[in-house]
Each structure stands twice: as C-alpha cells, then as structure tokens.
Design a protein around this ligand. Structure first.
Ligand code: PEP
Length: 251
C-alpha cells in the first residue's frame, strides 16, 4: 500500500515572514488529514523557522536541492546535514529547472542523491522529458536515462525512502497538464524500470508522483490513476487555500 504524498515546491517564492504566515494558516486547514502525507519545500532561507513552526503538525518539511558533501569549499551550496538540522525530511533533486536553467547533469544528481541518502534524508528524484523529446518519440528513452543514471550504484536498501516525481517539462508552469492517461503511461514505464533494476517489491512500494500544472480541478482525475501516488505541485502550492484543495482531493 503506497501512502499518497502531496508535495508543494515553492521554488524561489516567499520570505521568512510570508512562510510563517502561510504555515500558520495551512496547518489549521490540513490538521484533520491523516490518510496521506503532506510536504512543503520553502526556499533555504525559510527552512529553519519553518521547521520550528511545523513541529508537531502533520506537514513534512522539504528542501529544493542539496549538495553531496557534508561541508567544504562549495560557495552557494547547502549540505544535507545543514538541511537535517532545520528539520528537513525530504529533498527534491534533479528538478527540471535545476537541469535546464542551471546545467545539472545526471551525474551531479546521482552525487546529490548519495549525499541525501547518507544523511538519512528522503530524496524526491524528478525526471521528465521536454516537448521536443516527447514529440520525437523519445519520452521513454529520456526517462530511462535519467532514472538509470541517477540510481546507478545504489542498492534497493539504500533507496528504500526514494520517491520519484514524473514531471514532463512541457507541463511545468505552463498550465498544460499531462492527461491522466499520459501520466499513467509514463509512471507505468518508470515502475517497470524500477522492477528491472531493483526487483518487483521495490517497484511496488516506491511512490511515483506526478508534477506539472497540478490544480484543484485536475488532481482527482490524476490521483484516480493506479500508478499515480501523489503530486509535486509548484504554482498552485503557493496559496494555502488553493493547496489545501489539492491535498484534500476526493474529499
Ligand atoms: C514544479 O515546479 O515541480 C511544478 C510541477 O510546477 P507547476 O505545478 O507550477 O507546473
């Protein structure tokens, strides 16, 4: 049984003050939710106060990236241990904005994943094809490369907390959502790949989230797909009144 995970990726939005105002409202709105996991990933600067404000609630704290080393001469980077101290539980890795705007490679993402796992944090590995790749029939090829390369060298035991987010790049921030059938097809492909790499049990227990213009209006039909185990939500997670409608899909 895979417990659904509804996660909000705030990207570069919200100051500390705005984060705290959001959390004080949102934690009331979702306080009764017990049958699914909820996570928010504010910017790095807000993580420590957010962690304190979320203590004792049913909302998990996520970060939007992490370096692989514990410390060192890596100007501008944040280590997994630093995140852990803030109360972070999940770390988003390989988001398409990191890949396409900041040049992160599959190899860098694999190293980041290794740092996150060593620190005992839970990775949310983002994968997804661009529009050109989809239109030229390369979707599965791209997903296979991203999954294989990011997960190479790890054991199923090391990856037991892994979450994968299928985020077609053409659907991120564009208002254009994958159809439930497109999501189901891509998730099924990724789950098949996980079975090949780490065994059937591993594949059956690993959650695969969908991300890309998820809204209160389309979450239920996406979650109705047997292979969709949750959502990674960008824009629509920035307003607590909107995000709660996504969290409470089907209710
Ligand atoms: C994201 O940033 O992971 C995302 C899916 O964004 P949006 O929901 O805004 O498309």
């Amino acid at each position: 049984m895979r417990v659904p995970l509804i996660a909000g990726n705030w990207k570069m939005h919200k100051t500390v003050r705005e984060t705290l105002n959001y959390i004080r409202r949102f934690r009331e709105l979702v306080s009764e939710v017990t049958d699914r996991e909820i996570m928010i990933a504010p910017p790095f600067t807000a993580l420590y106060p957010a962690g304190r404000e979320l203590a004792g609630t049913n909302i998990k704290l996520g970060a939007q990236n992490a370096h692989w080393a514990e410390k060192g001469a890596f100007t501008g980077e944040i280590s997994p241990l630093m995140l852990k101290e803030c109360g972070v539980e999940y770390v988003i890795l390989g988001h398409s904005e990191r890949r396409h705007l900041f040049g992160e490679t599959d190899e860098m993402i694999r190293k980041r994943l290794s740092g996150v796992i060593s620190a005992g944090l839970k990775p949310v590995l983002c994968v997804g094809e661009t529009l050109t790749e989809r239109e030229s029939g390369k979707t599965f090829e791209v997903l296979e490369r991203q999954v294989r390369e990011a997960l190479s060298g790890f054991s199923a035991e090391e990856l037991k907390a892994l979450v994968i987010a299928y985020e077609p790049v053409w659907a991120i921030g564009t208002g254009r959502t994958a159809t439930p059938e497109q999501a189901q097809e891509a998730h099924r492909y990724v789950r098949g790949l996980l079975a090949e790499l780490f065994g059937k049990d591993f594949a059956e227990t690993t959650r695969i989230l969908y991300g890309g213009s998820v809204k209160p209006e389309n979450i239920a039909e996406l979650m109705a797909q047997s292979e969709v185990d949750g959502a990674l939500v960008g824009g629509a997670s920035l307003d607590p009144e909107t995000f709660v409608r996504i969290v409470k899909y089907g209710g």
